[in-house]
Design a binder for this molecule. Structure first.
Ligand code: SAM
Length: 275
């Protein structure tokens, strides 16, 4: 496997203990409801699919520079669909679960179903028989999961994707700033933030989880190019808020912190205020 100089790790999500993403769990309940969403650096699409399935998004596009990861993301979409419980049996399960335990998870997804559905189709069936086929969007609806999620391979800092044209209500950038910074330098990172601002609608939300400066140390050892770019860097993650305010974003709202050590993650929200 080639060196992951863009943070394009394969099997990135396999070490996770939780099915749901702890960074998303920090966000207000209606963050994605009915929204057009871009997930930059979506890797194998776990977060992207969660936003599309469990948060009621209108349309979500995940973009990643690594085509192998994007192919894995399309497979993830089909797996999540396979695990989704059909509406009729879900309704019964939900009624039963309410009798037993009122505290069970009830956040609705785009179909009005809940996260209980994640356990419906045992993983062993997927291994033996493959994923369930996805019914056409004419039956399920274009904005119901899984038709509300798609993926594209692109270096989003340099290439246009068609979805940019209509703009987004929400842009998610989880664990990607370090890679853009180390590959493109201070100017590349500034240009990235400007681009996020330009594709967001007025009032749109930028959800940023920047990696901490001390995690750059290990990353820059991956190759000589990253190491020499790292030597030129003057910006630090603590500067990102003032750069974003200079571009036309609101001050950061701190959604919270999750994880520990190298996986300590701060999630900040910025609203697009002006051009
Ligand atoms: C460390 S992973 C984070 C994955 C995911 N955002 C998360 O936090 O769960 C960073 C991802 O960003 C992607 N990436 C890095 N630079 C990119 C770029 N310029 N355009 C698109 N994707 C990029 C990598 O391929 C990788 O999958």
């Amino acid at each position: 496997m080639s060196v992951p100089t863009h943070g394009n790790y394969h099997g990135y999500y396999l070490k996770r203990l939780s099915v749901t993403d702890p960074r998303l769990a920090l966000l207000p309940e209606n963050t994605f409801t009915g929204k057009r969403v871009l997930d930059i650096g979506c890797n194998e699409g776990w977060v992207t699919c969660e936003i599309a399935q469990a948060w009621g998004a209108y349309k979500v596009v995940g973009v990643d520079i690594d085509d192998t990861l994007i192919r894995a993301a399309w497979k993830r979409r089909q797996l999540v669909w396979s695990l989704q419980e059909p509406l009729s049996s879900h309704t019964n399960a939900l009624e039963n679960s309410k009798e037993v335990d009122d505290s069970s998870p009830t956040r609705s997804n785009s179909t009005g179903m809940t996260q209980l559905q994640l356990d419906y189709f045992p993983a062993s069936l997927q291994h033996s028989f493959g994923p369930l086929p996805i019914p056409p969007s004419s039956i399920r609806g274009k904005h119901a999961f899984p038709h509300n999620v798609s993926f594209r391979t692109a270096d989003w800092t340099k290439e246009e994707i068609v979805e940019n044209v209509d703009g987004y209500d929400v842009v998610v950038a989880f664990s990607i700033t370090k890679w853009i910074h180390l590959n493109g330098g201070d100017d590349g990172l500034r240009a990235f933030f400007c681009r996020v601002h330009s594709v967001l609608k007025l009032g749109g939300l930028f959800i940023l989880e920047p990696q901490e400066w001390d995690t750059y140390k290990k990353a820059k050892r991956l190759n000589e190019t990253l190491r020499s770019t790292a030597q030129t860097l003057k910006l630090r993650p603590n500067d990102f808020e003032s750069i974003l305010k200079g571009i036309g974003f609101s001050p950061a709202q701190h959604a919270g912190i999750t994880g520990e050590g190298g996986f300590r993650r701060t999630v900040d929200l910025y609203v697009k205020e002006a051009s």
